[in-house]
Design a binder for this molecule. Structure first.
Ligand code: DC
Length: 362
């Protein structure tokens, strides 16, 4: 049989396999482009070198003329030597055609899909970038996309304003699911520093975010001061935030209601949240609370150091270019400087009740 015809038949025969690989490759490519903050084409280019070489080698090998004829046509010694190498690779590719053809076709097709924005990585796809990542199952989500009966309470505010305690109590009170989004950034900071990675390198941090194992969120020490500092540093990177967006949005719209607390929930993650609360308190009050909390745990810290930390964290969280900490225009402000936790919780309940009544048309 003519070599070209055999090649054509092989391409048709391997198309389904190539398509499966292309889907997975397209997903990984888009995730990698996102994590590195580069275009899909720039991310794909180095990954297309081998498919291009093997494709050309195979085409050369399957074409009619023999090597000496090609070398004669080449005219120069260097080109003739290059053709020999290509011919050798083509022979190998022809022997391993059942692997090479789906590989070449899959990568080319996958790049095309990625350029068209198709088959973006679903992180629960075991073939996709960052294998485990943030699967909905990993967080006990039921996986439905339905927004029926969804009700999102978005709570934002600076460190130590009391938003975590308020959010947790609201979730328990209304029977909503709760997500402390700060934990996600803390986990990324912790993993990156344990691996000795550069926390200021946004692309690398984005990759860490995509590959994060949800099991680490159970580590109680993530709630400590050090993890908070690391979190604040990695949270400035756009690839890190992008990697976490989809998961947080899925969580927010889960049926049955959800409370999320963080810095950008009402502004970026869930601008359409039914209830938005911006919890704040003066830096002095926040530093005092944090110092007392640490003293109660037996940690020897002084108020001035904690105040400096609180102010530095505020500066970083509000001053970053991507998703800075700020109140959404339609958020209810809750200043807890003069309130104890019970009063703050009751005030938050009144805000959520009002939103629930609005939603239910009362
Ligand atoms: O809420 P927390 O103290 O656990 O947050 C730790 C850091 O993580 C905080 O300084 C900023 C960052 N963060 C963020 O940028 N966006 C969020 N939604 C949550 C936290």
């Amino acid at each position: 049989m003519n070599g070209w015809l055999a090649g054509l038949l092989a391409f048709v025969f391997f198309a389904p396999l190539a398509f499966i690989y292309a889907r997975s490759f397209a997903g990984r490519l888009q995730a990698a482009a996102l994590a590195r903050g580069r275009s899909v084409v720039a991310t794909a280019a180095p990954k297309l070198v081998w498919p291009a070489v093997l494709g050309c080698a195979l085409a050369l090998r399957l074409s009619g003329p023999d090597l000496p004829e090609w070398q004669l046509a080449a005219g120069s010694r260097t080109l003739a030597a290059g053709l020999s190498v290509l011919w050798f690779l083509g022979s190998l590719a022809a022997i391993l055609f059942f692997v090479v053809i789906p590989f070449v076709m899959g990568r080319l097709l996958g790049t095309l899909f990625a350029c068209m924005g198709k088959f973006a990585a679903t992180r629960d796809d075991p073939l996709s970038f960052g294998a485990r990542g943030f699967t909905r199952e990993g967080f006990g989500e039921d996986g439905t996309e339905s927004t029926q009966m969804g009700f999102t309470v978005a709570i934002d505010g600076p460190a130590a304003a009391g938003k975590g305690t308020i959010a947790k109590r609201l979730a328990a009170h209304y029977g909503f699911a709760y997500l402390d989004t700060g934990l996600l950034y803390r986990a990324i900071g912790r993993v990156a520093s344990q691996r000795g990675l550069d926390l200021d390198d946004g692309a690398t941090m984005g990759t860490v975010a995509l590959a994060l194992d949800p099991a680490i969120l159970d580590d109680g020490s993530l709630r400590g001061r050090e993890a908070g500092e690391l979190a604040s540093r990695v949270a400035v990177h756009a690839p890190v935030r992008a990697a976490l967006t989809e998961f947080q949005r899925g969580f927010a719209r889960r049926p049955g209601g959800a409370v999320l607390d963080g810095r950008d929930i009402g502004t970026v993650i869930c601008p359409e949240a039914e209830a938005k609360i911006f919890v704040t308190a003066s830096p002095e009050v926040r530093a005092r609370r944090r110092t007392d909390e640490l003293h109660a745990k037996g940690r020897a810290v002084d108020y001035e150091t904690i105040l400096d930390e609180v102010l530095a964290r505020d500066r970083r969280d509000t001053g970053r270019a991507t998703a800075p900490l700020r109140a959404a225009p339609d958020a209810a402000l809750l200043d807890t400087s003069e309130l104890d936790i019970e009063e703050a919780f009751q005030a938050a309940c009144r805000i959520v009740d009002a939103s629930l009544h609005r939603r239910n048309g009362a």
